[in-house]
Each structure stands twice: as structure tokens, then as C-alpha cells.
Ligand binder design. Sequence first.
Ligand SMILES: [Zn+2]
Length: 767
Amino acid sequence: MKALKTLSILILTLLGSGVVHAQTTDSVDAVDYDVAVDLSSGNSLQGYVDVTLRLLRPCTAVGLDMICTVDSVRVQGVPVSATSLAALPTAGIAAGQDFHVEVWYHSPGYVESGGWGGMHFENNQSYNLGVGFAADPHVMGRALFPCRDNFTDKATYTLRVTTKAGWTAECGGMRQSVATDTLGREHSVWRISQPTPTYLVSVGQAAWERIEDTVASLYGDYPLSIGYRQRNEQNVRAAFAELDTVVPMYEHCFGPYRWGRIGYIATSKGSMEHVNNIALDQDFVASTSERAQTTIAHELGHAWFGNLVTCATEGDMWINEGGASFCSEVAMEAALGREASDDYYQRWLESVLRTTHITDGGYRPLHGMPHQYTYGSTTYDKGWMVWHSLRGYLGEERFYSALNRLMASCAFGNIDAEGLRDSLSLYTGVDLTAFFDFHVFGPGFVDYHVEMARPEEGCLENEVEVHIRQQGVGTANVMQQNRVPLTFYARPGFDSTSCKRVAVFDGEETRQVFSLPFVPAFCVLDADCEISDAATVALQTLEGYGIVYTLPTVFARLKTMHDGRCAVEHHWGRPVGAMPGGVVRTTGRYWVVRGDWQTDSTDQGMFRFVRTGSQTTYDGLDRGFLSQRASVDSLALMYRPEGGWMWQAVSFSRNGDKNSGYLVVDSLVPGEYTLAIVDTATLGIARPEYAEVQLFPNPLQPGQPLTVEVASEEAFEVAIFDLGGRQVWHQTGCRSGQKLSPALAKGTYFVRIENNFISLQSKLIQL
Ligand SMILES: [Zn+2]
């Protein structure tokens, strides 16, 4: 289901509805419901249900859940005095025996305190929504009929509906019969013959306009009906046109559609995946907007994720809702292609990394979600990211083939996270223990940082060593059994331009050598958006001079003065490495810029900042870093060429205002960038340079002089810092090739070479 956006804020503040419900026990199993509802008044419901229950073990009483007024009750045809259905006598009924409970009831309708789930009677339509955001339990079949109201007790249904005169009904199931009486009221009978939980059973009535069509797919042709009001028919048809490509794609990925027909009705409250009769927000029913199309796809995706295989407890709602949101991405791939669906996914990954832990009050594991966050962003959005990541982890063919098997073997059943892990491990032959431990049973994300070393002496030219380290974001856990996709891009002059390798490793870091068909120029982490790590990446082909490229998923813009290729990664890991004195604090995120660059770059790189609480686009970006009290003048851009180098402040200009904008560097070069709050009085600021500096010998033997070679005609200062950023030696007026005697203790140092034209760094090891 999908509520209107404002509702998700509301649900965090509302408590349970307070409606009494029977405790779910396994003493009884609902087998079938025969429900008759008379909606002809248009503002209330007269109902009758004959529920077939099977007693699972001997007991003296069982209960039904309800939100209605009971008129009379019979158990096995015998009248029972009961105003509540919490304890219906079962004396004399044997374990294993089926028995009937009949209830005559009425209701003026009911809406949960969240304003969403329940039975709605509006001026021009009546319909139920089977889930309540603020209800406890969230299932709300009981607003329509007395039932065993939980996610796991699945039954079959007959629905007999009488409408208001002149209106027609749209309900779950296949319509068995329909007739209109002399007063103009419609009487229809519907049958849901697949085992279905109560929250997916629906009725609706209005003076619908109705489109009937057929969706031809891989396993059958499915009747399609759309009930709507006050919309242009052609626009409604256009809104659902993609079902012809989406349903075959779903069947390819997840197996047969098992519900016989596809139906949607427009409602005023939001969208809900009722079997055969999806409630769809009326704003979406005639719209081809991205929100409309992805919602239509999300709700239909529930026909597999949730309706066919249901989460065993609400604590694993990510299986339903994350799965259905993943379906939206799959649908977009079917309709618009992979580039569009990758872009859609990355925009949501960006949003999840920036906001989900804020809206849900922290980084939460998907599994065991507390009741009040059942329908939060973690469940929907991070849940989607993890389904997406599973596809990348397993490979598409293996993943979809396993999902086909899962949907078949677990059809009309329930599953929890452990069961899902074990089933998918079994079907794929890939042990998913570590993946689930990190992504499902633990909170947060993993951020991978990748560096490509130059080929070592003696290595073949096309062998490259890659260093990968991980850090947790929102977690202290370390991901094991990592699978990190890497794309290498060739230097100009080779036939192939790129190739992909996967680094597989345990633990916090790894060094691996890959053999490539070419000499690589640079390497990009997860260029094909396969894994939902704590980084987003934008690949850009640069063409022409002075073109500005806006890269919203990585919070950067480029204005380039050369042709070439470029990749910008935005990481939510903390920038690693020593900061110079004068840095007060750094933000918890950084960029990596890679690509083809000349050493004398005149490209502009623009890096976004957003003050906490400024309510601009990308609010939350610098939460806790650029606070309301901090002066924007103390904001600095930090740079280092690669790991092992000390960060340095680089010169920049700023655009935007004091709350949000970009720090603009005029000579963009590859390397890492981050933001810092600095004490400008004590921090030197220089241009970032990509020029070579040669220190030799390096490592330096005790007593040996150090020679610095740099392409600069001017004299420069050499300053040497220890790993803590403390200056331990310096000399001004140095020239390239001059022998220096710094007299250092054994250890690793950073050497800074600086004059009015250059500011360079290198690492030095003193033996
Ligand atoms: Zn949903």
C-alpha cells in the first residue's frame, strides 16, 4: 500500500486505534467466509457473515475480531448470546472439525485514527482499505466483516454486495453474477478462491465509469477492469497502457500471476493492494507521472510480494513493501529501459541514505521492525534497496530464477526473513548468511572505498592492484562475504573501453590483483548501480567546452573545458585520513572524482552544501555539520589526491546563500573532496594540483639526504608533517633537485611543497 505523503509523518505521532481485538492464537483456522454486505444506504453497512472455522485443538471458546455492532450470532446454527465476539463457545466441537459461526451485524463505517484504513462512506463512493497505519494490529479486515484478522490466516471468500441505487460494485475475486432490482440496486456475487488474508479483501461502490480490457502475458490473458470517476477515458487508458509490458516482465521475474484478473478502483485516500481490486489514489488513475506509474506498478507487484507470499509477522513488512517498491523499478525497466530504472533507483538510494534514518528515528534493521515503524521509510525504501542489492549480489538470472521458485513453493503462504534467507540460499546455491546478517538483521549501510594502485614493478602492464576498504554507516558491524562490482576504464587507444570485475572478500579491507584486457586509466565503484551501498555514483561523458553538467544524485556540478569521461562518487562514509591543523570538524560524507584529466585542469567542480534545517532541496545533507550557529564563512573545501595523503584546504568560491549552495573549485582534478568547518586564521589554502612530485630515495635510509624534484622554476618551501598533522621540519627557499637533510625519526610522513604557484604533497617513509 502507499499512503499520501503527508500521512507518513502523521503515523509517527499516532498511537494504536484502541479498538479491542481478539488475540490471535493457533486454536482455530478460518477456512472460508461467506459475506453479504448491503451498502444501499450509501452511508452504512448491514452485514451477515457465515465463517467456516476449523478447530485446531480442543478448547472451550474462540474469538473473532470485529469493529461493528453485533445484532445476533449463531454457532453451528444455535443462537448464542454475544455482543462481543471475543469468546464464542466451542464445547462439543472436536479438534480438526469444521464449524460455522454466523454473525448478523451493522456498522456506520469506521476509520482508524490515522484517517486511512477502515470502511469509508463518502458522498460519492464507499470502499474499504484493509490496512491501518495507526491501527494495532495493522490488518483491518475487521472493519468490513467479523474475522480472524491477522497477516497469516488465509481463507477463501464469497462476497455478496448490494449497492446504492444507480451505483455498481467493484470487489475482490471473480464476479460470479450480477443483477439489478426494481429499485435500481445492483446485487453482485464475487468469489476469491485463492487462500487470502483478511486485509486483502475489498468491496467498493460508486457510479463508476468502467474500462474493461485484457492484458496478454506469458502465462495467460488476464481480464483488466478499471473503475474511475470524473476522468477522461483516454487519459485513464494511457495511465494503464504499460501493463502490457509490465505484467509479462513480472511473470518473467516472479512467476505466474495467480489471481485470475487485474482490477483497480480510484479512491480518495490512497492506494492499497487488495486482491483483484487495487485501491488507487484518484490523482493517479489518469496520470502518466512517475509517481502515478510507480504506484500502479507497486500495488500490482504486491500480487507476488505480500499477497502471494506474505510476511509472517508485521516485523518483516519489508518483504511485502520493499518487494513491491522493487517491483516499481522492475516495471520502469520494462516500460522505459534499464537506464531509466537505474536512474530512478539511484534517486531513491540517494534519498534513503540522506533521510530514512531521520524520518524513522535512527538506522533500523529491516527485520523485527517496531510496530510504529511498520510502514516507515526503512520498510519501504531501504527494503527496496535490499531487494535490489540481492539481485546485484546473486546476479540477475540466478536471482529471478530463485524468486520464481520461491513464489511457487511458498504460494499463498507466509515467510519471515530467516525463511527467505534459507530459501534463496537453497535455490541459488549462494550462502546468504552474511548478506542477511548485515543488510536485514543489522542496521545501516556499508560504504566501500576503492583505489587503484599503479601496477607494481614486474607486473604485467594490464595487471592492476585494487585496494578496497569498507566502513559502516549507521552501524559498527562489518559486512562479510562482500561482492563489490568494479568497472575499469581503458586509457585511450584500446579497442575495448571498459570491463567489469567483482571483488569478493571478507573483512574490512582487501588488496586484489585483476588482469584486464587493457591498461586502465581509472576504476569506478559499482558503475552499474548493482549494490545498495552507502554511495551513489554519476558517470558522465564530457563533451565540448563550458557545458555545465548537473549531477543531482551526487550533489555536484561540473563545468568542463575538455572532452573525456568522468565519474563522481558521493560517499556517506566519513572522510578518512589526517586533516591539517585549523580544521574544526568535517562533514560525514565525501566525494571521489575520477576520470580523464590533464594536469593543468581549468574545469570547475561544484560541491553542494546545505545547512541543517534550511528546508531547501536536499535538506538533511549536512545535518549536524553545518549547524544554524556555524558561519558559512568558516566552510572550507578539503582535497587529497588519494589515500595515504594528508587532506589540504583548497581555494574555492562559493555560490548560493548562507543556507545552501556550492563550493566551486576552478581547477578540478581527480581525487577526494570533502567539506570542513575551519579556523581560517590558522589554515593555509591552496589550489589543488595534480602535478607530480618526486621524492627520492623513498624510503629514506638513516643519514641519507632527501632530494625533491618538482616542475617549478620558482623556489618553494618544504614542510614535513607526521601522521597526526604536526609539522616536524621545514625549510624555505628550496629548489628542485636540491639535497635536504630533514633528520627525521623512523616513521611515515607527509611532505608539502608550496610556493605561490604550487601546493603539492607526497608521502615519505624514513627507515
Ligand atoms: Zn505497498
